[in-house]
Design a protein around this ligand. Sequence first.
Ligand code: SAH
Length: 351
Amino acid sequence: MDIIERFIEHPNLEKKEYTALLKASEEPLAAARLAEEAVRLRKKYYGDAVYVRGLIEFTNYCKNNCLYCGIRRGNPEAQRYRLTEEEILSCCESGHRLGYQTFVLQGGEDPWYTDERMERIIRAVKERYPGCAVTLSIGERSYESYRRLREAGADRYLLRHETASDAHYRKLHPPEMSLSYRKQCLYNLKELGYQAGAGFMVGTPGQTYDELAEDLLFLRELKPQMAGIGPFVPHHSTPFKNEPAGSVELTLRLLSIVRILLPGILLPATTALGTLDPLGREKGFAAGANVLMPNLSPMGRRKQYDLYDNKLCTGDEAAESLAELKKRVSAAGWRLSMERGDAAEEPEDKR
Ligand code: SAH
């Protein structure tokens, strides 16, 4: 039996077999077979629903200097901003009026937002919108900090591991950052009862199938409730400005593979996918994705949260264009759902 069918039947392979699987999936028929199985599983767990999350990018200050990222500390061209508590609440207010039930508060690693300030913000959002889920995406913090924010009411946390290969991690990050600490953060988040989201970029400079195989092994071990998987896109004022973007096709194959590996997982069709290909998000759904994260940040700030070049920020991905989005999702054969969309109970079973 070939590696594709073997994986579909028994997704727990060894590292070198995942490498072979990625190689074999270059064949369009193989990729289609993976997508078919991924769609079967996503329907089994989530029906035809595509869940939406309102993304509020509330600060682009960052103390880190990741080589790929446009809001890295070392980019003097970035125009920095911070949203006040009132501004954040007013984003939630517009989102809530549109029917959003999840708010994702994302930012650079900005020490201005101390635990006290974050607790206040989380409590204020939860008090006004008790039925809504609050997702944080504010990087690495201590166990104690995660504990306090969870206690204040945060439900979910997105922290992509970026790459699970130590050697590759070091090529993407400055020496003061470490993969082991980032992984530990993810285990801490899970232990504290967050629905945790890991994830990685596809096609970062020099990335190999072997390294992507490590991402698959890590996801299998961590069993996160969510995973953000998007192509690398260069930013003009980072050290990676002349590097090619990641491949849309490879990203789609990885979405299918991760869906098969962890069938109950929530997988966004990412903004980066939509940036590289106008139909990227539709292709993402056809490969096994089931989440969209439209932008709810104040209109005037969207351009400033500039992670990579040409990041979508004014079209259909905008949270206000819900009617447009609904149409696009329906046209692709899915149903935009305004439910909270928590992760399925058993992220692994019921194959
Ligand atoms: N500070 C938070 C949020 C980071 S921004 C944290 O550390 O988790 C959210 C994600 O954008 C990152 O996790 C990274 O995977 C992605 N990203 C950053 N720069 C990118 C680029 N040039 N191309 C594609 N994705 C990028």
